[in-house]
Structure formats: structure tokens, C-alpha cells
Design a protein around this ligand. Structure first.
Ligand SMILES: [Zn+2]
Length: 143
């Protein structure tokens, strides 16, 4: 039986163009295909509900780690509106948070200052910054 809830060709073009043909989470060129953020349905095969992903991000980062994926906007609950749920994407070298639009473009999401401490909820290396507070006084001794 043929699947009915697939992304149509024009939407696939928009998503591939938006992503530059690369995985939108890690910039890999080995893309697997387009992921539905919200569980696929005939009505949600639009660019704002789509992410172009490599195999590892699709299965490792998202489907093996769904609670984090919902936090990052990579998955969207069926009761939420994916037009309004921000999503963390890797554009260039940094992860940043965006609102996806149906025309294949992105809108910047204003990030409140309070958010900057948790830029990457998946990172477990937060403690490493602590050692930065070294010995600023000793520098004055005139080395
Ligand atoms: Zn990837």
C-alpha cells in the first residue's frame, strides 16, 4: 500500500534548499531524508514541519532520545502547532533556535537572556567551564 502522507516534491525542494542539502542538525552531507517533526499526517507535510537529517541524527539524536528531541523542537507533540514551536538547528558552526516557515525560510527567535545558560540541553560538559576562574591575581606580580 502506498503511503499518503509524504512531503510533496515542491516541499522537498524548499527543505533541501533551506538546508543547503545538509543535515540540519550536524551539517553532514550524508542526508537520509526529510523528517516529520510532528507525526506525519496528510495536513502536515509542509516545510515548517520538516527537517532534513542524516541517519545518525534522525535515529540517534531524535528517535533514541525523544524527550530531548521535544525540548529541542526536533519533535513536536500532535497537540502543539509546529509553526510556533522553535527548533534548534546547526547553521554554519553553531546551534541556534529558529521558527520554520512554510515557504522554506527561517525566522529568528528572540532568545531571552535567561536562556543563554542552556544553549545546548544535550551537552553534559557544563562543568568544564568552572576551571576557567584561575589565578587572575598572580598575573599582577609582574611575570
Ligand atoms: Zn546529522
Amino acid at each position: 500500500m502506498k503511503r499518503t502522507a509524504e512531503f510533496p516534491a515542491n516541499v522537498r525542494q524548499l527543505v533541501y534548499a533551506r538546508a543547503g542539502g545538509r543535515c540540519e542538525l550536524c551539517n553532514s552531507t550524508q542526508v537520509e531524508g526529510i523528517h516529520h517533526r510532528q507525526r506525519r499526517a496528510p495536513s502536515n507535510c509542509v516545510a515548517s514541519n520538516a527537517l532534513l537529517l542524516c541517519y545518525q541524527c534522525h535515529h540517534g539524536k531524535i528517535h533514541e532520545n525523544p524527550s530531548a528531541a521535544y525540548t529541542m523542537g526536533w519533535l513536536v507533540h500532535h497537540w502543539d502547532d509546529y509553526h510556533q514551536v522553535p527548533v534548534w538547528l546547526k547553521l554554519g558552526s553553531i546551534m541556534s533556535r529558529w521558527i520554520l516557515l512554510d515557504d522554506g525560510t527561517l525566522d529568528v527567535t528572540p532568545i531571552e537572556e535567561a536562556d543563554t545558560g542552556e544553549l545546548d540541553p544535550l551537552s553534559d560538559s557544563i562543568g568544564h567551564d568552572q576551571r576557567a576562574e584561575v589565578t587572575s591575581r598572580e598575573g599582577r606580580g609582574g611575570r
